[in-house]
Ligand binder design. Structure first.
Ligand SMILES: NC(=O)c1ccc[n+]([C@@H]2O[C@H](COP(=O)([O-])OP(=O)(O)OC[C@H]3O[C@@H](n4cnc5c(N)ncnc54)[C@H](OP(=O)(O)O)[C@@H]3O)[C@@H](O)[C@H]2O)c1
Length: 241
């Protein structure tokens, strides 16, 4: 059954995992969606499955001009933008001593600059219309640090700070942090350290499925305009972290 959520929602990283599940959940809620990521074939297949209330465009969140064009395309398609879900992220974990500078840079580029590029692309519109909602997908890593995850945790701490700053600076806008614990997705597929890849397999033994996070996003969106869900932390009941 389709719901009646009258919102235009943009979702980054919708080609897999939490972003894909969020697209399914919000499409079922009745929202009109504009979804982005780099893998076009995955986006196209998802949009075709969900129907003509879902449109897509490739997006590299690290490219500010590309993000601006993504938001312009969404506005051209649906007439306005109500919500941005900054979900795209990467997690190539490794010990600091491995000096994987390129992987550190990629995490900072996608997880921090990607979120900032998204905010920059929607904020002038949201300020002008005196309404809008930014949902940033952080992590329990926004609140803790553990070996091999220093840089990833730093990026998620930054997403926490940016979301809180956005909330403080704009009385008319809603800013929500959704912080998942371990979720069974493709995240970490790019880990190049074999010991860390093995550890990830162990952590995933207690994992949520992505629909659990999608429901938290829907909950935040469904509140009345004057109610801002600032953060939702969602862990498996048996979570170790
Ligand atoms: N899974 C977990 O345990 C967990 C826990 C806490 C937080 N999170 C967070 O949840 C978010 C979603 O991750 P996930 O678990 O669903 O992993 P995932 O299945 O690997 O999804 C990551 C998404 O990000 C997209 N992406 C990566 N780089 C991008 C770029 N430069 N431009 C645009 N899109 C890009 C990927 O699409 P393309 O490759 O097609 O571009 C993909 O759709 C991330 O922010 C992650 O940090 C996940």
């Amino acid at each position: 059954m389709t719901g009646s959520m009258d919102k235009i929602v943009l979702i980054t990283g919708a080609s897999s995992g939490i972003g894909e599940a969020t697209a399914r959940e919000l499409a079922a809620a009745g929202a009109r969606l504009f979804i982005g990521a780099r893998r076009a074939e995955r986006l196209q297949a998802l949009a075709e499955e969900l129907g003509d209330t879902v449109a897509w465009r490739t997006l590299d969140v690290t490219d500010g001009a590309d993000f601006d064009a993504f938001v312009e395309a969404a506005e051209a398609r649906f007439g306005r933008v109500d919500v941005l879900v900054n979900n795209a992220g990467v997690m190539p974990l490794s010990p600091l001593a491995a000096l994987k500078r390129d992987e550190w840079k990629r995490m900072v580029d996608v997880n921090i600059h990607g979120v900032l590029n998204g905010i920059a692309a929607v904020l002038p519109r949201f300020v002008a219309q005196k309404r809008g909602h930014v949902v940033n997908v952080a992590s329990v890593a926004a609140h803790m640090v553990m070996p091999t995850a220093a840089v990833y945790c730093a990026t998620k701490h930054a997403v926490w700070a940016i979301t809180e700053g956005l909330r403080q600076e704009h009385d008319d806008l809603r800013a929500t942090l959704v912080s998942p614990g371990v979720v069974a997705t493709e995240l970490g597929h790019d880990i190049t350290d074999p010991a860390v890849a093995t550890a990830l397999t162990g952590w995933r033994k207690k994992a949520l499925t992505p629909d659990a996070i999608a429901r938290a996003v829907r909950y935040a969106l469904e509140q009345p305009e004057g109610v801002d869900i600032n953060e939702v932390i969602v862990r498996p009941t048996a979570a170790d972290m």
